[in-house]
Unconditional design. Structure first.
Length: 392
């Protein structure tokens, strides 16, 4: 038995052992010397022996027998069903939890627990319609059942039922106090994309408004809004939307820039474009705004000025794409070969200094020096030189 299996048995069956011991003790107090207690005791200890002998299947069968002998072992049956599900025996888990949920003697708390376990069984089996029904029943029993709402969110995401996903996310937030604004904004953006694809532009805009209400920094909402305004011929509105999205998360700048620059060109806002790109060069370490600004400088001031700007920027942010653009500008401006080669050498050295020479072939950890034990995954002998490793 592996360490993980041993851990699972410990977590599942040690509590069961305590529970069975309590039940037997209680029964013993009520029925001194009774046949029922003797039968339970014998079966219980046989089950423990099977566990100690690492025969879990036989142990499960015996503990099931105990639960049949004593119908009060509610927690035992819940735990057994959970174990069946973990072992991939979902049909057995469903059968056990269905029978448990149908018992008329359960308290409200036990009914909620049984239905929750049954809903998780259905989800594991891929029966999402049945899981949805169970979890909706749960929410009527317990209007503050956050776990049920959480499962419903997962179901509606799988079904791409965004209105119900939004409703469940709102109810989960109310029940748990956990903020769901960012997730709700994503669902509203999914609706906006759907409406846009169907030509329902007003509905798409309404969804964008709701997305911003849920998450004022929703980058995706700004990108969709920018495309909506572009399609509508409102270049200034598109510029505002795209700029706001880029300011909320500059990492999305490469996605935003092409259409944003098109809209700047439509309204002849070259000065505004230069100002925006200059600001982005300060806040975004990628090469995209630098190359875009280089092209504008080339158009306004010529290839030589563009080349000087790009060479200076590449000293702080070396890039292969930047190197290619620098070569093109050097050829266009007739720059001295020695100067060009010196700049390219500096950029190349910066790129080499930032690239790892070794990589773990198990977890992908990169390193400049060799480690026999990977610092990340702790495996031995998995960190090896990369193919481009150079011997000096």
């Amino acid at each position: 038995m592996s360490f993980l299996d041993q851990w699972i048995w410990f977590v599942i069956f040690v509590p069961l052992a305590g529970l069975f011991g309590w039940v037997l003790g209680r029964r013993g107090g009520e029925q001194h010397g009774g046949n029922q207690v003797s039968k339970l005791s014998t079966t219980y200890f046989r089950g423990l022996n099977y566990l100690l002998d690492e025969q879990p299947d036989k142990a499960i069968e015996l503990f099931l027998h105990v639960s049949e002998l004593d119908k009060d072992t509610f927690e035992t049956q819940i735990a057994l069903g959970h174990l069946f599900r973990r072992r991939g025996e979902v049909d057995r888990a469903i059968k056990l939890h269905v029978a448990l949920a149908q018992r008329p003697d359960l308290s409200d708390a036990q009914k909620v627990q049984a239905l929750s376990a049954l809903g998780e069984d259905y989800m594991r089996a891929g029966l999402l319609d049945r899981a949805e029904t169970v979890f909706n029943d749960l929410t009527t029993l317990d209007k503050k059942a956050p776990q049920a709402f959480k499962h419903l969110i997962a179901i509606y995401q799988s079904e791409r039922d965004w209105p119900h996903a939004i409703e469940s996310a709102n109810r989960f937030e109310a029940a748990s106090g956990q903020p769901m604004g960012k997730l709700i904004a994503q669902f509203e953006c999914e609706l906006a994309e759907r409406h846009r694809a169907n030509g329902e532009l007003d509905a798409a805009r309404d969804a964008i408004v709701r997305a911003y209400a849920a998450d004022p920094t929703a980058v995706r909402a700004g990108i969709i809004e920018g495309h909506l305004e572009t399609d509508a011929g409102n270049a200034l509105g598109a510029i505002r939307a795209f700029e706001r999205a880029a300011q909320h998360d500059p990492d999305f700048l490469p996605v935003i820039l092409p259409t944003l620059l098109e809209n700047y060109a439509k309204v002849g806002e070259r000065t505004g474009a230069r100002a925006f790109l200059s600001g982005m060069c300060e806040h975004y370490r990628g090469i995209a705004p630098v190359l875009a600004l280089t092209r504008i400088i080339e158009a306004d001031e010529g290839a030589a000025a563009a080349r000087r700007f790009l060479a200076e920027q590449l000293r702080d942010r070396p890039s292969v794409r930047g190197e290619a653009a620098l070569i093109d500008l050097s050829l266009a401006s007739g720059t001295d070969t020695t100067t060009t080669l010196s700049d390219l050498k500096h950029v190349t050295e910066q790129l080499l200094a930032r690239n790892p020479s070794y990589r773990c072939n198990r977890c992908g950890f990169g390193a400049r020096s060799h480690h026999w034990q990977c610092p990340s995954c702790k495996e031995w002998g998995t960190v090896k030189p990369l193919l481009n490793y150079a011997v000096v």
